[in-house]
Each structure stands twice: as structure tokens, then as C-alpha cells.
Ligand binder design. Structure first.
Ligand code: MOS
Length: 721
């Protein structure tokens, strides 16, 4: 198995991140953020800041940088700073101080005096529910949707006619990405070209957003993204430091480096919405689901930047039921922007749905896994396109056997002072592909470059380029030179939506076929080594008439340093034939201390059906990270927003995250079935599904152990008293 090609660089500190770039003549920018949650900036006194040592520029809404609202085909409109005097959340970027050193910029930023005309702020989702708005269509699902059996008038009628009904309200906390690499950028304006070194999830999209904000031609922006220190959706859209550094570099004619502080990352970027979800399940006594209603509310910021589509997953992926109704509302608040975060929609949505399913199992006195299997869908609810490949039952079967699920008792068990319970949950995340182009360059030294503009934020995409490239070109992975993270490379490989392996992998296969075709045409051209012969390609060699040459030898014989091709793939006809999703079964054992009520996760196992596994180690690590994130959501993470909009725990001192001692050994297994109906590589996404269902499995295990059903996350000691 090939280990991560970028692993040694990352763990030895030799991986140079965007912010590590230091250039001659460079100056440093420091972002100034608001200290109210809502209102208008009346004035900003920058006199002292401007005359502070080393300061070369102070920018504010009164003296802004040349920027305008950015837009990109993937993310739509993205907010850019300093364009108006409105403050809509506490910690919003409102100024930018540039100086010769970082310390000078920071000191001068402290001298900026801001006066506000404050307005009342709405910062709590509970308080905002009354003014909720219908969410815009998201992921192709309208804000409300009902699929009812013939003759059924409404979901309420279907529920009323159900012999067993479970109805409850669940809520999930606001979370921040808190990526280790803070949002940052180094920008250089030279000869009409803006070069920006910055962590992102896709260089080509980053460059497009910057070009749009700076009103430059896309070709005039060069985004370089060598490594990414955590992204998971939080670096999809371009953040303030890149916009500000780029605009300031252009204004000053000097390279500008800017990074958010750790505390600023909590407000001046974007995080996961809080949600409130009402679920009603109606079932026959044998467990057949006959009605499912899932109504969701999510928080968002004043710009309404993102809808956390919790109920949409319910409508697209989960259970077979004759009657289904969902609604999705959003609540604009004076809080930092909301955005994609690992399994957007499914992560909080599965907490509610999979807790409710567990509650239904209790009401039916039925095993919760059996209840899930009884209602397993063969197609998304209300659709007739069957899943291309679904082995969820096997995931549960394999997992239950390994985990010792048959030892689970309805009331849990006691071991000394610990109440021990087991919980399970389904995980699903749609399998998508995005258009992708990959360039392959066969070189005369018998190596091959496989390149696309996307990013490897720790997901292993660089290694996927090596592995799929090697397989497609029939050479050893060590001979592949994988390239990512540059907007000048062929556009593809957005690390988002669990799409990169399937999208890029398919494009690699297409490009490799093209490269081989062109190589063979060159080989048998007049005057070439295989002139007029019917040449074949295998094992990195061209063969005909009992002779063979490596592609490098052939290129050298032809006096060609390299042969370059591109290959593109995009989702197409398969979408009219099947539905696509990854699946998984989550198992969790929790111990709750009888007296202190402390909850400890003691065992976890996830069994996943994600199609073909390209790299077992990377896949396992990716899933394990997701499962840890799920424990974090269940027991640790949550932003506390004070009434005035200030974050009470907006830093690593106050924002709880699990440490190694909180995480048990985690089992990860795959049932591996190639899904070539989805794409030629046969792999579906694994990036996000690892976290889906975990919080519910933890809550279900706690309910099993203690009899206490907690319907919100994070679950605290005081919930279990
Ligand atoms: Mo991921 S939330 O699709 O970057």
C-alpha cells in the first residue's frame, strides 16, 4: 500500500503552506474586527494608527480597498470586507492595517477607534424561530416537499392513521471549523498578475473569486495552494485575508501577507449553523414506517450565506416510507457567516433522524438495527431511480457481529460504577461528481506528471493522483509525479462534497487513455521506432513485432522531452439511470458514570460501503477523522453566543474539542463493492460520511445506558443528572 505521498513533508514540517511564503519587500496586514453585533459604523478614527511606526496603509469602509462582491460558479456571491458601514455580527472584518512588520500592524490596529450606531441584535436561534424564512432551494430540493401515498391528504393524516407515533424536537449547536491553518494569504501584484498563496479547497475557484472581487480577468489571477492545514468546507469560499491582502498588494505595489488570529478565525470566517429539527415518525406495529415528517430550522447570518439542509437529506437518501414531508427554514441572525462543514445537512440532520428512529425502536420494543433494515430504501424516497449499489444491510450485519451487538440489552448494563450502553445509527451521504480536467505529461525520464488544480486538505487526493495515475498508465506509483494546488493547472479536484476521488479519478483514466493513444500514434508514425506497426501499450512500454520500449525511451528516440494530454469528465447519463449514495453503519458504546454522570465513549466501529477503496490507509484515516468529529459534535463542540453576539468560547481555550484521551480505539471497516455505474473508477465519496450518524449513535448509547434521552448536542454532564 502506498502511504500518503505528502505525509513525510507534513510531519517533518517541510511542507510549506501559503502563509510560509516570505518575499522581498513584503509588508504585513492585520484585520480589525467589529465589537458590536449589529449597527452602523459611524466613524473610524485612524489618525493614531496611520502615524504609528512602520504603518504603510490603513483601510476601512471610509477609505476602502478596491474590491467588490465576489462571485464564482460554484459558490455564488461571496461577501468581501470594507464595502459598506453595516455591521451584522460581532467580529466582522471592518478594517485592515498594513505595516512593515506583523507586530507594527497589530499594534497600529489596536489604535483604531471605532464608533458605532448600534441596533438591537438577534443572536439566538430560539429567539429567531418566529421570524424564520423559507430556505431557498438547496441541493435541488425546494424548501418544502411532500410525497404522499394515493388518497392521503396530508402528512398529518398519515401520522394520525399510524398505530405508533414518535414525535420530538432535536437541536444541534453552532460549530466553528477552527482549522489548524488560520485563513491567510500572501499576495503579490506584478506585471498585471495577482499571485495569491493561500490555503483553499480548489485553486481555480479561489482564483475566479479573487478575479471577480478585484475586477481582473481570471487569467490575471494566479492562486497557489501548496498545502492546506484543514478545510472541510471552511476554505471553500475565499475569506477576508486573501481579498484584503490582494487588494492591498495592488494598492501598495508591495507583497502583502495577512493571517487571521486564532480568535478571528472563530468569527471572521464561517461555521456550521445551529439547527432545530422537529421529527414525527408514524409506523405499523411491525416497524414499517408509514409517515415521516422532518421540519428544520437553521441559523444563518444576515447575508443568508448558507442553508444547512438538514431535512433535505431525509428526503433524498434515507428511509422507504409511503408518506414523507419535509420543510427547511432559515433564521437570519447577527452571527458570523454559516457555510459548508463536513457533511453539511447530513451531520446535524442524522442526529435528529437517527435519534428519532432509535426512539421509535424503543416505542416498538424492537431492535433499532432491525427497524432500520426493515425500512431500508432501494431508491431515494419518492424517486424511482434505484441506488446504483447499496450494501447497508451488510454494513450492519458485519458491524453487529464484530461489535457484539447481540449483547446489547434494552436497559443497558452496569459494570461497577459505570452504566454501559450501546447505540447504532445509519450513515449516508450522497455520492456526487463534479466536472474535472486532469493533465497527464509523459516525460522522457519515464515519469508521468498527473496534475489538476484542486487541493489535498488532508484527504489524500495527492496520493489518489499517484495511485489512479499509476494504474491507468500501468506503471509503478513511484513514477507518478502528482501535482495539485495551482490555478494554472487543468481545472478540477474541488475538495468538497466528497467528490474529488470519483471526479478526478475518472478524468485521470480518460487522460491516460488519451496519452496512450497519442503515444502509440507517435510510435508507429513514419520514421518512428515502430513505423507502420500495430503497436500496443502495456506495463509502461510500447510493444510491437517482438520489440518493446518504455515510453521514456520512445520519447527520447523521437527527441521529444514530453507528451502532454488532458482528459475531462463530468457527471452525465448515469444521473438518469440510478441514484448514488455512500452508506455506513455506526456503532458506539458509551459508559456513563453512575455518580459523576460523566459520559465516555468506550468503543466505536464504523462499517462503510463507499464503492471501491483506492487507498485503504487514507480511506480509513479519513473515516476515522469523521467519526472523531462526530464524537466531538456529540459531547464537546458548540459555540456559545452571548446575547450581544460575542462568542463566549471563540478560541481554543474555550471551544471544547476531544483529545486523545476522549477517543477510544476506533474500528473502521469497508464492504467493498465497485460502483462502476457511478464512475469508471468505481469509488464513491468517503470524505463526509464518517461523521454522519455518530452523534446519534452516541446519544442512542447514552439512552440505552441511562434511560435518559437527550435531544440536543453537545450532551453535557448536566443533561444526565
Ligand atoms: Mo466539504 S463540507 O464538502 O468541504
Amino acid at each position: 500500500m502506498l502511504t500518503r505521498v505528502d505525509g513525510p513533508l507534513k510531519v517533518t514540517g517541510r511542507a510549506g503552506y501559503g502563509l510560509d511564503r516570505t518575499l522581498p519587500g513584503m509588508v504585513y496586514g492585520y484585520v480589525v474586527v467589529s465589537t458590536i453585533a449589529h449597527g452602523e459604523i459611524e466613524a473610524m478614527d485612524v489618525t493614531a494608527a496611520k502615524s504609528a511606526p512602520g504603518v504603510v496603509g490603513v483601510y476601512s469602509p471610509f477609505d476602502p480597498l478596491a474590491l467588490r462582491t465576489a462571485s464564482s460558479p460554484m459558490f455564488g456571491e461571496t461577501w468581501v470586507p470594507l464595502q459598506d458601514k453595516e455591521v451584522t455580527y460581532y467580529g466582522q472584518p471592518i478594517g485592515f492595517v498594513v505595516a512593515e512588520t506583523f507586530e507594527q500592524a497589530r499594534d497600529a490596529a489596536m489604535l483604531v477607534r471605532v464608533s458605532y450606531r448600534p441596533r438591537p441584535a438577534l443572536t439566538s436561534l430560539a429567539d429567531g424561530l418566529a421570524t424564520a424564512e423559507d430556505a431557498p432551494e438547496s441541493r435541488g430540493v425546494p424548501s418544502s416537499l411532500a410525497v404522499l401515498a394515493p388518497g392521503v391528504e396530508s402528512i398529518e393524516d398519515a401520522l394520525a392513521a399510524s398505530p405508533v407515533v414518535v414525535e420530538a424536537t432535536y437541536s444541534t449547536a453552532t460549530q466553528n471549523h477552527a482549522a489548524m491553518e488560520p485563513h491567510s494569504a500572501v499576495a503579490v501584484w506584478e506585471d498585471g498578475v495577482m499571485t495569491v498563496y493561500s490555503g483553499n479547497q480548489a485553486s481555480h475557484l479561489h482564483a475566479l473569486e479573487l478575479a471577480s472581487a478585484l475586477e481582473l480577468e481570471p487569467s490575471a489571477v494566479h492562486s497557489v495552494n501548496p498545502f492546506v492545514g484543514g478545510a472541510f468546507g471552511g476554505k471553500g469560499r475565499t475569506a477576508s485575508p486573501a481579498f484584503l491582502a490582494a487588494a492591498a498588494a495592488r494598492a501598495l505595489g508591495r507583497p502583502v501577507k495577512a493571517a487571521l488570529t486564532r480568535e478571528q478565525v472563530f468569527t471572521a470566517t464561517a461555521g456550521r449553523a445551529a439547527t432545530v429539527q422537529k421529527i414525527a415518525l408514524g409506523a405499523e406495529r411491525d416497524g414499517t414506517l408509514v409517515a415521516l415528517r422532518h421540519d428544520s430550522w437553521c441559523s444563518t447570518d444576515a447575508q443568508r450565506s448558507f442553508v444547512e439542509p438538514t431535512s433535505h437529506g431525509t428526503s433524498r437518501e434515507w428511509y422507504a416510507t409511503r408518506n414523507l414531508a419535509i420543510s427547511q427554514k432559515m433564521v437570519p441572525l447577527n452571527i458570523p457567516p454559516t457555510t459548508f462543514m463536513r457533511a453539511p445537512g447530513e451531520a446535524p440532520g442524522s442526529f435528529a433522524l437517527e435519534s428519532a428512529i432509535d426512539e421509535l425502536a424503543v416505542a416498538l420494543e424492537m431492535d433499532p438495527i432491525e427497524l432500520r433494515q426493515r425500512n431500508s430504501s432501494t431508491a431515494p424516497p419518492g424517486k424511482d431511480l434505484q441506488w446504483s449499489s447499496k450494501h447497508l444491510d451488510e454494513c450492519f450485519r458485519v458491524g453487529a457481529a464484530q461489535f457484539g451487538w447481540t449483547g446489547r440489552r434494552p436497559g443497558g448494563r452496569t459494570e461497577g460504577d459505570w452504566l454501559v450502553g450501546m447505540g447504532a445509527a445509519t450513515a449516508m451521504f450522497p455520492a456526487l461528481r463534479f466536472p474535472a480536467t486532469v493533465g497527464i505529461t509523459l516525460r522522457d525520464d519515464d515519469t508521468a506528471e498527473v496534475a489538476t488544480s484542486g487541493a489535498d486538505p488532508g484527504t489524500g487526493l495527492l496520493t489518489v493522483l499517484s495511485l489512479v495515475g499509476a494504474e491507468s498508465l500501468d506503471i509503478a506509483p513511484e513514477r507518478i509525479v502528482p501535482q495539485l494546488g495551482d490555478s494554472r493547472l487543468p481545472p478540477g479536484g474541488l475538495s468538497g462534497g466528497s467528490t474529488a476521488t470519483a471526479s478526478v479519478g475518472t478524468a485521470i483514466m480518460i487522460a491516460a487513455n488519451q496519452a496512450i493513444d497519442e503515444l502509440l500514434a507517435l510510435a508507429s508514425a513514419p520514421g518512428a521506432p515502430f513505423d507502420g506497426q500495430d503497436a500496443l501499450y502495456a506495463d509502461g512500454r510500447v510493444l510491437a513485432g517482438g520489440r518493446s520500449m518504455t515510453f521514456g525511451e520512445l520519447l527520447r528516440a523521437l527527441d521529444l522531452p514530453s507528451l502532454h494530454v488532458t482528459g475531462s469528465s463530468a457527471p452525465g447519463e448515469e444521473l438518469t439511470k440510478h441514484s448514488f449514495s455512500s452508506f455506513g453503519a455506526q456503532f458506539c458504546e458509551v459508559r456513563v458514570h453512575k455518580w459523576t454522570r460523566e459520559a465516555r465513549v468506550s468503543r466505536m466501529l464504523g462499517v462503510f460501503d463507499g464503492g471501491r477503496i483506492i487507498n485503504g490507509q487514507a480511506a480509513r484515516s479519513q473515516i476515522m477523522g469523521g467519526m472523531i468529529w462526530g464524537v466531538s459534535a456529540a459531547l464537546h463542540e458548540g459555540l456559545e453566543i452571548e446575547e450581544n453576539g460575542r462568542l463566549a468560547n471563540g478560541d481554543f481555550a474555550g471551544y471544547l474539542l476531544p483529545v486523545n484521551a476522549d477517543i477510544p480505539d476506533i474500528g473502521v471497516r469497508f464492504v467493498e463493492y465497485l460502483d462502476t455505474l457511478h464512475n469508471a473508477v468505481g469509488a464513491r465519496g468517503l470524505g463526509e460520511i464518517g461523521t454522519v450518524g455518530v452523534a446519534a449513535a452516541v446519544a442512542n448509547a447514552i439512552a440505552n445506558a441511562t434511560g435518559i434521552r437527550v435531544r440536543h448536542i453537545p450532551i453535557m454532564i448536566e443533561d444526565l443528572l
